[in-house]
Design a protein around this ligand. Structure first.
Ligand code: NAD
Length: 367
């Protein structure tokens, strides 16, 4: 669809609307998609929304969106060429396939599906219809993650080998439908999919083993407090932790690299790097040293003069860059950043993490 909006007056920018968007699921995240697009992407025409709850439809209408009374009505709207799906997770697969078969380009919220087999069905529908399919992995644009990416890419503290990525809350059980397995609830599918996607996007190497500890502290249906270990073929190991019962938080990121350590405390991105000076004395004294830790050589603090503290790199990022990339792809001007094949790797790792928990031990793989 191609509509010209507004007249060009001196010193005014003309916005050319090339695509028309509709939303399925006008809940918490659906509302965010709508306001973000409205505020940041004037070139995308926000047309309407469909939701099974009448009150959600009413709220969409009050915001100026056309309220589709059925999914079929939305699918039949020829003007709409891009649809975002933001419903509970168990509805993603059927809705995505229906949209793709109706000739729409589709963005689906994370987790894209409940397992990799479901995602393969969507990918087949996307290829058969020649339509774009992508997953809203917005956390690839989180500032803390972009800083970690920049540190690894620059090599300023060498190569990473242990990376710890954590999100820790204390609100107890998972909220609403996220507390039910039938809806695709649980922490692994909720935050796990973000942290795994970030890590697999950071480390360019196959995952060769996984080990999951998926605790159900607040019920029997879904995991709520979890730790995951991923080992990559290039030797990097990652520990991912997500909790809802943590009252003393560890840093959001702690990364051990060959020449130094990086730490990001929290979402506000306070943190630092500490680097070993290139001329630093590495030799050991033969004498055992008596420290607060008792007699030890290994844990003797090194002289402060052998270390340099560096600020974290200054990186800016913006979640709406995700949508800008989608529009660029639709216009043939950009390569898709969040690709279905990447999401498929993530979902295969998640399948195996569930199996690891079931069997109670780590599992080898090559994903
Ligand atoms: P929500 O419960 O607030 O909203 C879901 C909406 O979908 C509700 O309005 C509900 O009525 C509607 N709905 C349910 N079934 C439907 C169907 N079959 N057809 C049409 N509408 C239907 O949930 P939420 O927090 O907005 O989460 C929605 C999705 O967004 C989930 O997949 C979640 O994982 C994802 N999410 C992503 C992020 C992110 O940062 N990327 C953040 C939060 C949620």
């Amino acid at each position: 669809t191609s509509i010209m909006k507004g007249r060009l007056r001196p010193r005014e920018v003309m916005v050319v609307i090339m695509h028309t968007w509709a939303l399925i699921g006008f809940g918490g995240m659906g509302g965010w998609h709508y306001s973000n697009i409205k505020a940041r992407l004037p070139e995308l025409n926000t047309k309407g929304a469909y939701d099974i709850r009448p009150e959600a439809l009413k709220s969409a209408e009050e915001k100026g969106l056309y309220p589709y009374s059925s999914l079929d009505e939305l699918l039949a709207d020829k003007e709409v060429d891009l649809v975002t799906i933001a419903t509970p997770n168990n509805f993603h697969k059927d809705l995505a396939i229906a949209c793709l078969n109706a000739g729409k380009n589709v963005i689906c919220e994370k987790p894209v599906t409940l397992n990799s087999a479901e995602l393969e069905e969507i990918i087949a529908a996307s290829e058969m219809n020649g339509k774009l399919f992508s997953i809203h992995q917005n956390r690839r644009w989180d500032r803390d993650y972009c800083i970690i990416k920049e540190i690894v890419a620059s090599g300023v503290i060498g190569k990473p080998y242990f990376i710890e990525s954590r999100v820790q809350g204390s609100r107890g059980s998972m909220h609403g439908w996220r507390n039910h397995k039938v809806n695709g609830g649980g922490m692994l599918l909720d935050w796990g999919v973000h942290l795994i996607d970030q890590m697999m996007n950071l480390i360019d190497s196959p995952v060769v083993s996984v080990n999951a500890h998926l605790l159900k502290l607040f019920g029997s249906d879904v995991d709520d407090n979890i730790k995951l270990m991923l080992r990559f073929e290039n030797g990097v190991s990652a520990l991912l932790e997500m909790s809802t019962n943590c009252f003393i938080n560890l840093p959001r990121w702690h990364m051990s690299c060959t020449d130094g350590t990086a730490i990001i405390e929290d979402w506000s991105c306070k943190g630092k790097m500490v680097k070993l000076n290139t001329n630093a004395e590495m030799a050991w004294d033969d004498e055992i040293v008596y420290t607060e830790a008792g007699p030890t050589r290994t844990m003797v603090p090194r002289p402060k003069t052998s270390l340099t503290e560096l600020p974290l790199p200054d990186v800016s990022s913006d979640w709406s860059d995700y949508y800008k990339n989608i529009l660029g792809v639709l216009d043939g001007e950009a390569e898709l950043i969040v690709k279905p094949a990447q999401a498929l790797r993530v979902m295969k790792v998640i399948d195996l993490l569930f199996k690891s928990e079931e069997e109670g031990h780590g599992l080898a793989c090559r994903i």
